[in-house]
Design a protein around this ligand. Structure first.
Ligand code: ASP
Ligand code: MG
Length: 414
């Protein structure tokens, strides 16, 4: 007996039949004697469809404006609101008690960064009151409110953040993340045919993988789970199979050199050329970018002979719209021969594993595999538990398969 928080993503609640199937999982957990909270996403592709609609409305002739962020959130929160009500009804229709809440109704307060807000607090009393009354509590994922009462969203895939935050404040025994796949794979199975389901992986490895393009779990959700030590169980809503457990690192995890490989597509490299080579310049650049809430990666600086430096970094292609004006402003400010170059159509292939801390030769093996696959490496970045290479976007799938094979990730573990 315990407290379980379950989350059902868009595909798992895409229609009435699936909503009933998901509701059954919640009821099963309740009938086993647990208290159950369910976090849900918008049905199917609802969020994408709403974004698309916003785009249409924001295009007049051949001029397209970026939709105002506050209004975008105002629009997107409606998706999850539909699901919570239907989900609660489905549970009631199956003879159990349920109540649904929007983010605002459980006091899920966030900061004011529309479209990527951060959770600040949740009113757990309200949830406990309903649980103690014997109800299954349904919470809208992906959304919150500011202290002013404005609706915010937590970034794409943000229902995962809601899952973990709710799990953390309620001190849940497990957060079950129901999705349309059996768990976390050694690589994206749509690209790598012999990819394998991982049984157990550490928070840190999962953090790297999700930051690198493994789309099942949002980075922020995993950070939260790690911080509050909430075990996460990623599993399939269409069957009862064990999925992948994401847990605190244990000693024997180091035996495995590489746990998974990932591919991040649609990156653009921004190079600020010929910036003055003196203290404070990098700080100036990245301060402006951070202030706009844009995350950058793979930062590289090359110092030239003439007291200037080239600073380059990658951003997701979708952030280019926001970052260009910032960079152009900096270029003007630095003056002289400073200039900005944007190079799109890039991808990043990475391998991740806590075993890298104790094993050597991992980088060599990866570079060798890419060389044999005739993939040119443009930049390399590493951390204690990952190695990433920036490559041409077109080479992405071949590169992913090559590194996956090089580390025998398709073979069952001993
Ligand atoms: N519905 C939102 C999205 O599609 C949140 C989520 O699914 O987690 O991004
Ligand atoms: Mg969705």
């Amino acid at each position: 007996m315990g407290l379980i928080v379950q989350k059902f993503g868009g595909t798992s609640v895409a229609d009435a039949v699936r909503i009933h199937r998901a509701a059954r999982k919640a009821i099963d957990a309740k009938e086993r004697g647990n208290q159950v909270v369910v976090v849900v996403s918008a049905m199917g592709d609802t969020t994408d469809d709403l974004i698309d609609l916003a785009k249409q409305v924001c295009t007049v002739g051949d001029r397209e404006i970026a939709p105002p962020k506050r209004e975008m959130d105002q629009l997107l929160v409606t998706g999850e609101q539909v699901t919570i009500a239907l989900f609660a009804m489905a549970i009631c229709a199956q003879g159990h008690q349920a109540i649904s809440f929007t983010g605002g109704q459980i006091g899920l307060l966030t900061d004011e960064s529309f479209s990527k807000a951060r959770i600040q607090s949740i009113n757990k009393q309200k949830i406990f009151k309903e649980l103690d009354a014997g109800k299954i509590v349904i919470v809208a994922g992906f959304q919150g409110v500011t202290s002013d009462g404005d609706y915010t969203t937590l970034g794409r895939g943000g229902s995962n953040a809601t899952l973990v935050a709710v799990g953390a404040v309620l001190k849940a025994d497990v957060c079950e993340n129901y999705t349309d796949v059996d768990g976390i794979y050694t690589a994206d199975p749509r690209i790598v045919k012999n990819a394998r389901k991982i049984e157990k992986i550490s928070y840190d490895e999962m953090l790297e993988l999700s930051g690198l393009g493994a789309s099942v779990l949002q980075t922020r959700a995993v950070e939260f789970a790690k911080k509050y030590n909430v075990p996460l169980h990623v599993r399939n809503s269409q069957n009862d199979n064990e999925g992948t457990w994401i847990v605190a690192e244990t000693q024997n995890m180091e035996h495995i050199v590489v746990s998974g490989a990932a591919l991040k597509k649609d990156l653009t490299r921004v190079t600020v050329k010929a910036v003055p080579d003196r203290p404070g310049i990098a700080a100036r650049i990245f301060h402006s970018i951070a202030a706009a809430n844009i995350s950058v990666d793979d930062i590289i600086q090359n110092v030239m002979d003439d007291n200037t430096a080239n600073i380059s970094f990658t951003v997701e292609h979708g952030d280019l719209h926001d970052i260009k004006p910032i960079v152009e402003k900096l270029v003007k400010e630095f003056g002289g021969t400073t200039a900005a170059i944007y190079q799109g159509e890039l991808a990043k292939v990475s391998v991740v594993g806590v075993g890298m801390r104790v094993h050597t030769g991992v980088a060599e093996r990866m570079f060798d595999a890419l060389a044999k696959a005739k993939v040119n490496i443009q930049n390399i970045t590493t951390s204690e538990i990952k190695i990433s290479c920036i490559i041409d976007k077109d080479h992405g799938p071949i590169a992913l398969q090559a590194v996956h094979d090089a580390f025998d990730l398709g073979k069952a573990r001993a």
